[in-house]
Design a protein around this ligand. Structure first.
Ligand code: AMP
Length: 216
């Protein structure tokens, strides 16, 4: 099964993708994660990607679509794909059609995480993760049980995303509204969009997504 998780920054796409990976053995294809790896490299491309991400703007369609194509080539055909943060433009949506066809895959569901935008700035500017295992936390809503120690793996190292500042978040939201939201009608016309309340508790969002996956 191949699905897209769609929603503005902070909607919970990464959190839900991680849970689907755990429950169903699917693979998360997050272009944001791939680009965060790319920017670590001390190369011309790494520096260019870092500048675009820190401004909250979108990296070029060609770069991200090539990354997705390469990942699918490395994956076994039987493993389901969760597209997280891709596609983000109409051009990417069309590229994804071509890429999926090339790999003999079909798109089963587009799950839209519907959220209240005002709450997103609060969600994003307070979030941080364990540097070792990636478990997600929040300054105001989900501190580790023991201050400074990861609940899951015991690590004492945490990290924040460089682009989770209020100013960058506003630009990322504008980019979502202007360039990403307009791809929904493409998938709506195919009858494969399901809307899930992304403001609900994490477990309830997961249950709603599981229901979609269990439907035809
Ligand atoms: P994310 O982790 O999905 O929030 O992505 C973080 C940043 O990476 C975005 O603000 C963009 O700068 C860049 N990015 C991630 N995915 C894409 C994509 N599909 N197209 C263009 N830029 C992307």
């Amino acid at each position: 099964m191949n699905i897209i998780l769609l929603g503005p920054p902070g909607a919970g796409k990464g959190t839900q993708a991680n849970l689907l990976v755990e429950h169903h053995g699917m693979l998360q294809l997050s272009t944001g994660d791939m680009l965060r790896e790319t920017r670590k490299a001390d190369t011309e491309l790494g520096r260019r990607v870092a500048a675009v991400m820190d401004a909250g703007e979108l990296v070029s369609d060609e770069i991200v679509s090539a990354m997705i194509d390469a990942k699918l080539s490395d994956m076994g055909d039987e493993v389901g794909a969760i597209f997280d943060g891709y596609p983000r433009t109409e051009a990417q949506a069309h590229s994804l059609d071509d890429i999926l066809a090339k790999h003999g895959r079909k798109l089963h569901h587009v799950i839209e995480l519907a959220v209240d935008e005002d709450a997103l700035v609060d969600r994003i500017t307070g979030r941080f993760t364990c540097a070792k295992c990636g478990e997600g936390y929040h300054e105001r809503h989900k501190q580790p049980a023991q201050q400074g120690v990861c609940d899951k793996c015991g690590s004492t190292e945490f990290k924040r995303r460089a682009d989770d500042t209020e100013e960058t978040v506003r630009t990322r939201m504008n980019e979502y509204r202007a360039k990403t939201a307009p791809i929904l009608p493409i998938y709506d016309a195919r009858g494969i969009v399901q809307r899930v309340d992304g403001m609900a508790a994490i477990d309830d969002v997961t249950t709603a997504i599981e229901k979609v996956l269990a439907s035809a």
